[in-house]
Design a protein around this ligand. Structure first.
Ligand SMILES: Cc1cc2nc3c(=O)[nH]c(=O)nc-3n(C[C@H](O)[C@H](O)[C@H](O)COP(=O)(O)O)c2cc1C
Length: 331
């Protein structure tokens, strides 16, 4: 049962997590990341308000398979009662497949923050407190919160916000070291993690500019985070999990081993076929996944262009065949 999920001991065993990413983290991608070593995988953020009248499509995207469990579901919203009701509905639906429910207080996009949800809650700590207290009280499932360093460009409210969240009874926090105004630009402030760590006793998970196993190592060893989320660094690169774990275990040779083209083709093909079979409406997202799987390779820009004109499984299959052939022609 979810009650037994202990995030601290889970992170102590495997601190490298797949960050929640809307439009990216379909269940197939999450499963692949889990198999490649992710300690915990997060869903895309889901609107609590929307969930109440969710389409089957939204429900499907939250599904947690045997291969992925236990996994984290992320909710966003601003109404404490709606959030608490939907959190409980998720607990009832997923049972021991669910590790925890994370509340999003960091999303900066206008259609979320503009409605007082996501990162807008950084500007309204009283509303954030009311949400966290209500949701924590409503369920035995561990509740966590993910937020940013601050709202305005040079604002640093992370320590105060972290203390507020801890006092509400959340089981852990994730801090992204960029402000909401920064969106995904500029550098993420790593040192904010160390400052938050000193201020609270609950586990602190770091997010922001995690591109390599060395970035994971730095957050854990230098900033003293309990866990690290890989976000854009995992797009088209689920191999980062095994390599980061290898580095943490002192296996620098494996940590630095490049991923071969054959491995990329195999995983891209698995992603394509499982998505087509289980979530066919999601097939168009293979355009970007495919581009990411081959980013940085010799034919990357040609692959990206070709992927964007694919529309059927056969189109994608043909592209994967072509990639194999181009590579052979290059030898
Ligand atoms: C395409 C995309 C979608 C994202 N969706 C979410 C989301 O649904 N919930 C969330 O908390 N953060 C989301 N994020 C933020 C990431 O989880 C992460 O905090 C951020 O990208 C910083 O990490 P990075 O610099 O290593 O990419 C998203 C980021 C990207 C790039």
């Amino acid at each position: 049962m979810t009650k037994s999920f202990d995030i601290r001991s889970h992170l102590a065993k495997n601190p490298v997590l797949l960050a929640p990413m809307a439009g990216v983290n379909d269940p197939v991608f999450r499963e692949i990341c889990k198999r490649m070593g992710a300690g915990l995988t997060y869903s895309e953020m889901v609107s609590a308000q929307g969930l109440a009248h969710a389409s089957q499509r939204t429900q499907e995207l939250l599904s947690i398979s045997d291969a992925e469990k236990p996994a984290a579901v992320q909710l966003f919203g601003k109404d404490p009662t709606v959030l608490a009701a939907q959190a409980q509905a998720i607990v009832d639906q997923y049972g021991d497949r669910l590790a925890l429910i994370d509340i999003n207080m960091g999303c900066p996009v206008r259609k979320v923050a503009g409605k007082g949800e996501g990162a807008a809650l950084l500007k309204d700590p009283a509303a954030a407190r009311s949400i966290l207290e209500t949701v924590v009280r409503s369920t035995d499932c561990p509740i966590t919160v993910k937020f940013r360093k601050g709202f305005e460009r040079h604002e640093d409210t992370a320590v105060e916000f972290a203390k507020m969240a801890e006092s509400c009874g959340v089981a852990a926090i994730t801090v992204h070291g960029r402000s909401a105004r920064q969106l995904y630009q500029g550098e993420s402030d790593r040192a904010v993690i160390a400052r938050v760590k000193e201020a609270v006793s609950i586990p602190v998970i770091a997010s922001g500019d995690v591109w390599t196993p060395a970035d994971v190592h730095d957050y854990l060893q230098v900033q003293k985070a309990n866990g690290v989320m890989v976000a854009r660094g995992a797009q088209g690169n689920p191999w980062i999990f095994a390599r980061a774990l290898a580095l943490l275990n002192g296996n620098t040779t494996f940590a630095d081993t490049p991923v071969t083209l054959a491995e990329r083709i195999t995983v891209a093909s698995e992603h394509l076929h499982k998505l087509a079979l289980r979530f066919p409406l999601r097939l168009p997202t293979m355009k970007k996944h495919l581009s990411w799987y081959f980013k940085g390779m010799t034919h990357a820009s040609a692959i990206r262009r070709a992927a964007h004109s694919c529309s059927s499984v056969t189109d994608f299959e043909q592209l994967l065949d072509n990639i194999t052939r181009w590579e052979i022609d290059d030898l």
